[in-house]
Write a protein that binds this ligand. Sequence first.
Ligand code: MN
Length: 425
Amino acid sequence: MHATHNPKLKSWVESANDPASDFPIQNLPFGVFRRKGSTEAPRGGVAIGDQILDLEAVGLKTGPTLNVLAAAGRKTWRELRKSLSIGLADPKQAKRLAKYLLPMKQAELFLPVAVGDYSDFFTGIHHATNMGKMFRPDNPLLPNYKWVPIGYHGRASSIVISGTPVTRPNGQTRGQTDPPDAPPLFGPSKRLDYEVELGFVAGPGNPLGKPVPVARALEHVFGVVLFNDWSARDIQTWEYQPLGPFLAKSFASTVSPWIVTLEALEPFRCPAFPRSGEDPRPLPYLLDPADQREGGYAIGTSMFLRSAQMREQKMPPARLSRCTFQDAYWTVAQMVAHQSSNGCNLQPGDLLGSGTISGATPDMAGSMIELTQGGKHPLTLPSGETRSFIADGDEVVQRGRCEREGAVSIGFGEAAGVVKPAPKA
Ligand code: MN
């Protein structure tokens, strides 16, 4: 850690010094923005309090995505962070930089990177256990789980920025109580769900055929966004065997607009998930002592729901899930090392999803299928409405924050989306 993490550091942008702000000077996350309602070209900016500082203020013209910045690597990210920190702390620079500020309220935000490829992992061991229990009560965790960071290749084209409406998917489903020879139906999913995840944005990446060693894996991670991996459970149940998730997941995934850099997250590093004595030792390509010691990140993230009725009644979103990335069995370095271990190339801007990060207790479940036990125990919202799964008109909002004694708390902003009815099947 160095000067940019100093908890005493303040900014001349006053709103950044509010302890409740997600974007104090110790955070400095990157996004892509333009003035709302304008035809300006989208460009890179950094969030500071309730403002956005155009990266042109430090001589950086990013263009409409941050892929070039992601590709530039750790040394560049560090220097940029340092100069932004100095500029936003020094009151003498306020006058010069003020013309590069735009209030966040007046900004339209875009996907911060063009995502070429997206994979989703399954690192949440409690989620894997909870889901396994529904299908295999005696043997919830499959034997490969503690050896292999399980994942699948997802769909990048349907990754959307926070605020984008999500259309309920149509798909093939067959009721679990239907006779086995009954034909499936095609129509709107009746079991629409969310998944509380984090998305890791790839940095420089590796050439095809040259794996990233686990000890150097973090050099290939630019930063972290909130990630809601919307899931249609009824479509998933019918389609997932034998090849895994397909259309149950590829209709939308919502990300937050601000990439919180690994460097900003330094104060919130923690040990990797504690393995019990019975757990296997990771294979050598997944094992690095420093990664075991401090390769975890204590990132808290919660999911909230606000129904159409709650919005009409001006009620705030109700919290459904409270999760922490400390419940991930595999570290981000292990995800990167595993993903590239066969020679597969990561490219700047690629996204690696953590998988649903449920905690050990029922209130820390990171999806509705876990919270309602497969829909059997509906939730009651503050409006008195009940939910087994997500209804049309519901707004689902993910937030994230890191808090630690002796450090200034930093946040992620939000990843939100309102569910729209399915098109006519
Ligand atoms: Mn997922």
